[in-house]
Design a protein around this ligand. Sequence first.
Ligand SMILES: NC(=O)c1ccc[n+]([C@@H]2O[C@H](COP(=O)([O-])OP(=O)(O)OC[C@H]3O[C@@H](n4cnc5c(N)ncnc54)[C@H](OP(=O)(O)O)[C@@H]3O)[C@@H](O)[C@H]2O)c1
Length: 221
Amino acid sequence: MPRTLVVGANRGIGFELAKQLREVRGHQVIATCRGPSAELAALDVEVIENVDVTRDEAVAHLDAALGDRKLSGLWVVAGILARTPLDALDWDAIRAQMEVNAFGALRVVATLHRRIVDEGRLALLTSRMGSLADNGSGGFYGYRMSKAALNAAGVSLARDLAPRRIAVGLFHPGFVRTAMTGGNGNLDPDESARMLLDRYEDLDMETSGRFFHANGEEIPW
Ligand SMILES: NC(=O)c1ccc[n+]([C@@H]2O[C@H](COP(=O)([O-])OP(=O)(O)OC[C@H]3O[C@@H](n4cnc5c(N)ncnc54)[C@H](OP(=O)(O)O)[C@@H]3O)[C@@H](O)[C@H]2O)c1
């Protein structure tokens, strides 16, 4: 049975990924959160708490809690979004988005990549808002910059992990009704998670390091 770790699984898309990996795709799932949620506690998955991706010691605690276990796959889902218009830039919010969305994701992978088995998978939840080519509406400085930085890291990870034939997916989940979007969107988290898991299963060395919408369309950088 594949063993898959989902980082940022207490709610939203991460929760649905953990649930469907366990209940539909038949994985053994280890799910992390900062603080637990009732819905995550009710799943038949192992939960590791106090994993704030911005903190070295929290990610070291996750590494220690995994013991000697290897992973078939790793999903890094944790993310934050803040609105930071040009005339009201909030530098703390911009830094926070970089810390979580870009540096936090890289911290998790840097700490755990040796646990991913050869020919395993790594999935990063990015956003089409990190695409330069697709930016037709501006704004969202911190969020767009942080997801573009995550995309850059994801391509380097694809190159660095290629010798072990670990495939790296950079996935946009669609516009999904979660707390992040204030409940706006055109997909529910369960629909997004189902499509994301299809993309995940399609990952191979040919699609590694490329940027895909959950619906299967490739997104320009
Ligand atoms: N919803 C969309 O339309 C959409 C579109 C494009 C991309 N995305 C991306 O998809 C991912 C999931 O988003 P979502 O819509 O499911 O949002 P969400 O419901 O707000 O969930 C965000 C998750 O990230 C966790 N998180 C935030 N800061 C963290 C930190 N410092 N350390 C560890 N975990 C942290 C949250 O945990 P807490 O409960 O502890 O805060 C929560 O589990 C994000 O990376 C987001 O950027 C979403």
